[in-house]
Design a protein around this ligand. Structure first.
Ligand SMILES: Cc1ncc(COP(=O)(O)O)c(C=O)c1O
Length: 422
C-alpha cells in the first residue's frame, strides 16, 4: 500500500479514495493532537490520568448499558460499574440514600436535558430561569422542551445577580420556577449560591425545582464538602461532567436526580429494559473509564489532584500579575481569567477567548513549565503593556466582592472573595 507522505489529513481520510492507509491516518490524528497538547491550556479536560488499561482491555467489543442502570439484562454491559460510579458521586455529594437516582450520560448537555426534562414534566407551566453565564446548552434545552425561559443577569465575575433573579421571580410568580444554578460557569468558574436561590423562591412563595449544572466544579467542590445534595439543600438534580475533572478520554458525565422527582420510563419488551434515560443505547465504556478513574485514585487522590490544580492556578495569577498582565480567579477555581493576549500569543496557545477576556484552565496535568512558557510569550509580545488595564466588565474597584449573605443551610458555598488583580 503506498501513500504520499505530503497528503493532507483530509485527503488521506477521504473514503472515496481507496486504498486508504488506515495506520497513517490514525498516526496523523495522534501526532496532531500530541503537538497541540503542549499549548492547549484553555479547556477543562484533565490530562494527568492514564486510561490505557481500560481502553486496551475493553476496547475490542461493544459495551452497551442500554436502559436503566439498575437493569441486568443484555450481554456485554458495564452497569455494575455505572452503579458504582453513580453511588460514589451520590456519596461525595451526601445525596440522601432513600431518594437518589442517576446514570452515566454522554456529557453535561445530556445531563442537563435529562434533569430539566424531569423537572418540566412535574411542572409543565414552570418558567426556567438561567443566568447569562449559564452554559449554552440551557437555552437550547429550554427550546427543545418547548418551555418558557427567563434570563437572569450575571455579575461581571460570572455569578448570578440575585437581585435580578428576585425581580424576575416576582414578575413571573404566578408560575412555578425551575432554576438552573451553575457550579463552575464556563468562562470564569463562578459558583451560584443555591441557598440564596432557594431563599428567593421561598420568599416569593414560588414552588419548583432547583437544578445545579456542576459540569466542571461538581466533583472538586463536593470533595471539599462545599457542594452538597443533602435534604437541607433543596436541590432537585445535579449534573457533572466526566471528561473534565475526572479526565475520561471520551465525552461523558453523570446526572443525579432525586428519585421522587424523576420520570420512571416504560418497560421495553424486546430489550427487557426500562427506558428511563434520554438515549436508548448507552456507552458502557464511558462508565468503565469513570469507574477506573475513581477506583485508581479514590477520594483522597482526587482531593489532592484538585488541590495541586488550584495551587497551579494561584501560581498562574501571581506570575501573570507580576508580568503586568492583570489576571484573577475565584479562590476555589482552576480557571484564571485575563485580558485577551495579543494575536501572536493566541495563535500559539489554545485559550478560550470571549471578546477582550480570555481564560486558562489549570486542570490536573497542566504543568508549571507550560504556565512559565505562556507568561514568557505574553511578556515578549507586549513589552509596553498598560499595567492599569483590567479585564472587560470586571469592576476591580469593587473586587474582591467582599462578604455576602452567609449561607446557612449551605449547599454551594460561594467564593467569599476573588483572588488577583488589583
Ligand atoms: C457549565 C457547563 N455545563 C455544561 C457543559 C456541557 O458539557 P458537554 O460539552 O459535555 O455537553 C459545559 C461544558 O463546557 C459547561 O461548562
Amino acid at each position: 500500500m503506498t501513500h504520499t507522505p505530503t497528503l493532507s489529513l483530509t485527503d488521506a481520510a477521504d473514503l472515496h479514495h481507496a486504498p486508504i492507509d488506515v495506520a497513517t491516518v490514525l498516526d496523523h490524528l495522534v501526532r496532531d493532537a500530541d503537538a497541540a497538547a503542549a499549548t492547549s491550556i484553555g479547556f477543562p479536560g484533565a490530562v494527568d490520568l492514564d486510561q490505557t488499561e481500560v481502553m486496551t482491555r475493553l476496547g475490542r467489543r461493544l459495551w452497551n448499558n442500554i436502559g436503566d442502570p439498575a437493569d441486568t439484562g443484555g450481554t456485554a454491559h458495564t452497569r455494575v460499574l455505572e452503579r458504582a460510579v453513580v453511588a460514589w458521586v451520590d456519596d461525595i455529594l451526601a445525596m440522601p440514600a432513600d431518594d437518589r437516582w442517576g446514570y452515566v450520560t454522554t456529557g453535561g448537555t445530556e445531563g442537563n436535558l435529562s434533569a430539566l426534562h424531569a423537572a418540566h414534566r412535574r411542572h409543565p407551566t414552570a418558567r426556567i430561569y438561567y443566568s447569562t453565564a449559564a452554559h449554552y446548552s440551557i437555552p437550547k434545552i429550554v427550546e427543545i422542551l418547548g418551555a418558557r425561559g427567563v434570563v437572569v443577569d450575571a455579575r461581571p465575575d460570572g455569578e448570578m445577580d440575585y437581585a435580578h433573579l428576585a425581580a424576575q421571580v416576582r414578575r413571573h410568580r404566578r408560575w412555578p420556577a425551575i432554576v438552573v444554578a451553575t457550579a463552575g460557569t464556563t468562562l470564569t468558574e463562578a459558583v451560584d449560591d443555591s441557598t440564596r436561590i432557594r431563599a428567593i423562591l421561598d420568599e416569593h412563595h414560588v414552588r419548583g425545582h432547583l437544578h445545579v449544572d456542576a459540569a466542571l466544579s461538581g466533583i472538586p467542590l463536593a470533595l471539599d464538602g462545599r457542594l452538597r445534595f443533602d435534604d437541607d439543600a433543596g436541590i432537585g438534580s445535579i449534573t457533572v461532567s466526566g471528561h473534565k475533572f475526572l479526565g475520561a478520554p471520551t465525552p461523558c458525565g453523570v446526572v443525579l436526580i432525586r428519585d421522587s422527582v424523576r420520570g420512571h420510563g416504560g418497560h421495553v419488551s424486546y430489550t427487557d429494559t426500562v427506558d428511563s434515560t434520554i438515549t436508548g443505547s448507552r456507552c458502557g465504556l464511558a462508565a468503565a473509564l469513570l469507574w477506573h478513574a475513581i477506583a485508581t485514585h479514590g477520594r483522597e487522590g482526587h482531593r489532592w489532584r484538585a488541590s495541586e490544580a488550584r495551587t497551579l492556578a494561584a501560581y498562574t495569577v501571581y506570575q501573570l500579575t507580576a508580568a503586568g498582565w492583570p489576571a484573577w480567579r475565584h479562590p476555589h477555581a482552576f480557571t484564571v481569567v485575563l485580558p485577551t493576549p495579543p494575536e501572536p500569543v493566541r495563535k500559539k496557545w489554545l485559550l478560550a477567548t470571549h471578546g477582550d477576556t480570555s481564560h486558562i484552565i489549570c486542570m490536573p496535568g497542566i504543568t508549571r513549565a507550560q504556565i512559565d512558557a505562556f507568561v514568557a510569550d505574553i511578556t515578549a509580545a507586549s513589552p509596553h503593556h498598560d499595567l492599569t488595564r483590567t479585564p472587560s466588565g470586571v469592576d476591580h474597584d469593587r473586587a474582591p466582592a467582599g462578604r455576602r449573605t452567609p449561607a446557612t443551610t449551605s449547599t454551594v458555598h460561594p467564593p467569599r472573595q476573588r483572588e488577583g488583580t488589583p
